[in-house]
Design a protein around this ligand. Structure first.
Ligand code: GSH
Length: 209
């Protein structure tokens, strides 16, 4: 049987409509104006291609002709290299390495906690909520220094942070007044046309505009 990779002429993304990792990739697609078929996979049975070609059966998964990619950051970096304009990573190797390290820390320090909040296991979930709020509050002043995360240009770091910040309200994570610089940064991201275009109907419900 033909796989999705050989059947489809355009790039195809299997995406979770409320999944923050899929949101990151949808945001990269929207910011770069890449046309791709985005297929919602919402619980239940996973599409056959996904089960066959992604050993983890995880979302997001991207099919681009013969290439099957999973892991949001690997997909985001591939898209940035395949569609260089506008660039979402610096060119200089040192700045690139720093950008990748920031994203690694977002994954390890915050996305892991967000996953725990989403799982909704009582004790663990309320601890994770508090840890997210406290660590974002500590780092908040950094967001006042530049328009984007440690940068004058919108980058893949912002693409990793925006889905997390967008979900704070629906997970009852309220930032204190000391985190104003972070709130203002989040509003700058949410006002972008690319960000608006990246949202699914389920995500539009997550946050008041
Ligand atoms: N590290 C993965 C995490 C993706 C992830 O956890 N996706 C969730 C949906 S939000 C999923 O597919 N969970 C099912 C699974 O991993 O089997 C990535 O960056 O893509």
């Amino acid at each position: 049987m033909a796989t999705i990779a050989s059947r489809r002429p355009v790039m195809t993304l299997y995406s979770g409509p409320a999944c923050p990792y899929s949101h990151r990739v949808r945001l990269v697609l929207a910011e770069k104006g890449i046309s791709a078929e985005v297929i919602d996979v919402d619980g239940g049975t996973l599409p056959e291609d996904l089960v066959e070609l992604n050993p983890y059966g995880s979302l997001p998964t991207l099919f681009d002709r013969d290439l099957v990619l999973y892991n949001a950051q690997i997909i985001a970096e591939y898209l940035d290299e395949r569609y260089p304009h506008p660039p979402l990573m610096p060119v200089d190797p040192v700045a690139r390495a720093r950008t990748k390290l920031y994203i690694h820390r977002i994954e390890r320090d915050w996305m892991t906690l967000l996953d725990q909040v989403a799982q909704g296991d009582d004790g663990q979930s309320s601890r994770a909520r508090k840890d997210i709020r406290d660590s974002l509050t500590v780092i908040a002043p950094i967001f006042g220094q530049k328009p984007f995360f440690m940068s004058d240009e919108f980058s893949l770091v912002d693409c990793a942070l925006a889905p997390l910040l967008w979900r704070l309200e629906c997970y009852d994570i309220e930032l204190p007044p000391q985190a104003q610089a972070l709130q203002s940064y989040a509003e700058r991201l949410f006002a972008r046309a690319g960000f608006r275009d990246s949202l699914t109907p389920a995500e539009r419900e997550m946050h008041r505009l």
